[in-house]
Ligand binder design. Structure first.
Ligand code: SF4
Length: 61
Protein backbone atom coordinates (compact mmCIF):
# COMPACT_ATOMS: atom_id res chain seq x y z
CA UNK A 1 0.00 0.00 0.00
CA UNK A 2 1.34 3.43 -0.92
CA UNK A 3 0.33 6.19 1.41
CA UNK A 4 1.10 9.86 0.93
CA UNK A 5 1.99 11.91 3.97
CA UNK A 6 2.36 15.63 4.44
CA UNK A 7 4.75 17.33 6.83
CA UNK A 8 2.50 20.06 8.27
CA UNK A 9 5.52 22.07 9.41
CA UNK A 10 6.67 22.38 5.79
CA UNK A 11 3.30 22.79 4.00
CA UNK A 12 2.62 26.42 3.00
CA UNK A 13 -0.95 25.71 1.90
CA UNK A 14 -0.43 26.55 -1.77
CA UNK A 15 -3.16 24.09 -2.79
CA UNK A 16 -1.24 22.47 -5.65
CA UNK A 17 -1.65 18.93 -4.34
CA UNK A 18 -5.36 19.49 -3.73
CA UNK A 19 -5.92 20.78 -7.25
CA UNK A 20 -3.88 17.92 -8.75
CA UNK A 21 -5.69 15.22 -6.79
CA UNK A 22 -8.76 16.29 -4.80
CA UNK A 23 -9.54 12.60 -4.26
CA UNK A 24 -6.45 12.25 -2.08
CA UNK A 25 -5.83 15.69 -0.55
CA UNK A 26 -7.95 18.41 0.97
CA UNK A 27 -7.32 21.74 2.63
CA UNK A 28 -7.73 21.70 6.40
CA UNK A 29 -7.52 25.30 7.53
CA UNK A 30 -4.44 26.69 5.76
CA UNK A 31 -2.67 23.33 5.36
CA UNK A 32 -3.23 20.37 3.10
CA UNK A 33 -3.99 16.98 4.56
CA UNK A 34 -4.25 13.48 3.16
CA UNK A 35 -7.73 11.98 3.10
CA UNK A 36 -7.15 8.72 1.18
CA UNK A 37 -4.31 6.33 0.57
CA UNK A 38 -2.71 6.18 -2.86
CA UNK A 39 -4.06 2.78 -3.79
CA UNK A 40 -7.65 3.97 -3.86
CA UNK A 41 -7.15 6.86 -6.26
CA UNK A 42 -5.89 7.22 -9.81
CA UNK A 43 -3.42 10.04 -9.08
CA UNK A 44 0.31 9.95 -9.79
CA UNK A 45 1.79 10.45 -6.34
CA UNK A 46 5.35 10.91 -7.64
CA UNK A 47 4.18 13.68 -9.96
CA UNK A 48 2.42 15.46 -7.10
CA UNK A 49 5.48 15.10 -4.86
CA UNK A 50 7.57 16.71 -7.61
CA UNK A 51 5.13 19.63 -7.85
CA UNK A 52 5.03 20.53 -4.16
CA UNK A 53 7.14 23.71 -3.94
CA UNK A 54 8.43 22.99 -0.44
CA UNK A 55 8.84 19.19 -0.64
CA UNK A 56 6.31 18.66 2.12
CA UNK A 57 4.83 15.49 0.59
CA UNK A 58 6.45 12.11 0.96
CA UNK A 59 5.20 8.56 0.75
CA UNK A 60 5.30 5.45 2.84
CA UNK A 61 4.91 2.04 1.24
S1 SF4 B 1 1.58 21.14 -2.68
FE1 SF4 B 1 2.85 21.02 -0.80
S2 SF4 B 1 2.84 23.11 0.05
FE2 SF4 B 1 1.19 23.00 -1.45
S3 SF4 B 1 -0.64 22.49 -0.22
FE3 SF4 B 1 0.24 20.54 -0.99
S4 SF4 B 1 1.63 19.82 0.65
FE4 SF4 B 1 1.18 22.00 1.04
Amino acid sequence: MIKAKIDPDKCIGCGTCVSMCPEMFEMTGNKASVIKDGDSVACDIDDIIDNCPVEAIFKEE
